[in-house]
Design a protein around this ligand. Structure first.
Ligand code: F6P
Length: 252
């Protein structure tokens, strides 16, 4: 099945200071995450090629009425780089090979922390694109503040957001609500659904929540409260009946 991978960027300097918004760079741990993420996805991509080989083998076996062995379902485990047993290689003519090497897109926001996380992906292997629509929620006057500072400086705002996070729009220039972000993500989500090949979205907390919620069919009022920690990769496999969902936790 086609895979939709979603993660937040690696740890940023603002993350370590508890500040929201901003456009900070990655910490050394955040860079390490980016590097390991690229290796992890590359291993998964290779694994997927194996699966296609397997399916083709299976298909040709079927055509010849032979036996075939079902592959064991792999266990999601970030540290286990190649959980699938190698399959018998088969000869491919160039045309089949063409079909097998599927493009793999990596989409980031226009924010430094997201683009810096993608910097470790080989742009000859991946179709890397940065888009403003994937930027984190704009927190207006609260940009660059900690939640504690927001509570002290703008107590009514803090209260209003706590009461209705989904609808609450940050005051100040460009300030957004979750609903605003859901709205601006619509065309990205339509494109993700439409495309036939794999994609990895390196987003932010709100972006990750919304994409996961969309594909898993979460209730709107739960979106803003989904737990999506840093350094976690999610894999969504839409199927004709239901959706497979895997979570990989990064252990540096
Ligand atoms: O702290 C990281 C961050 O991505 C902020 O930039 C953003 O405002 C916040 O998380 C969103 O999370 P929440 O909606 O829970 O405040």
């Amino acid at each position: 099945p086609r895979q939709i991978w979603v993660t937040r960027h690696g740890e940023s300097v603002d993350n370590t200071l508890g500040r929201i918004g901003g456009n900070a760079s990655l910490t050394s741990l955040g860079k390490q995450y980016g590097e390991d993420l690229a290796m992890f996805i590359e291993a998964k991509r290779a694994e997927f090629q194996d699966r296609l080989f397997y399916d083709m083998t299976r298909e040709s076996n079927l055509m010849h009425g032979g036996n075939f062995h079902e592959r064991n379902e792999y266990q999601p485990d970030f540290n286990n780089q190649s959980p699938i047993e190698p399959t018998t290689p088969i000869e491919l003519d160039p045309e089949d090979e063409e079909k097998i090497i599927k493009p793999f897109s990596v989409w980031t926001s226009m924010m430094k922390r997201s683009m810096e996380t993608a910097a470790y992906f080989d742009d000859e292997q991946y179709d890397i694109k940065a888009m403003r629509m994937l930027n984190e929620i704009c927190s207006g006057v609260c940009d660059q503040l900690t939640y504690e500072q927001i509570e002290n400086t703008y107590p009514e705002e803090y209260e209003a957001r706590a009461l209705d996070k989904l609808n609450y729009r940050y005051p100040g220039s460009g300030g957004e609500s979750y609903l605003d972000v859901i709205y601006r993500l619509q065309s990205v989500i339509v494109e993700i659904e439409r495309m036939k090949h794999h994609v990895l979205v390196i987003g932010h907390r709100v972006i990750t929540r919304i994409i996961i919620a969309y594909f898993l069919g979460c209730r709107r009022e739960d979106i803003a409260h989904l737990n999506v920690p840093l350094h976690t990769v999610y894999c969504i496999e839409p199927q004709p009946y239901g959706t497979n969902f895997y979570q990989y936790n990064y252990d540096p």
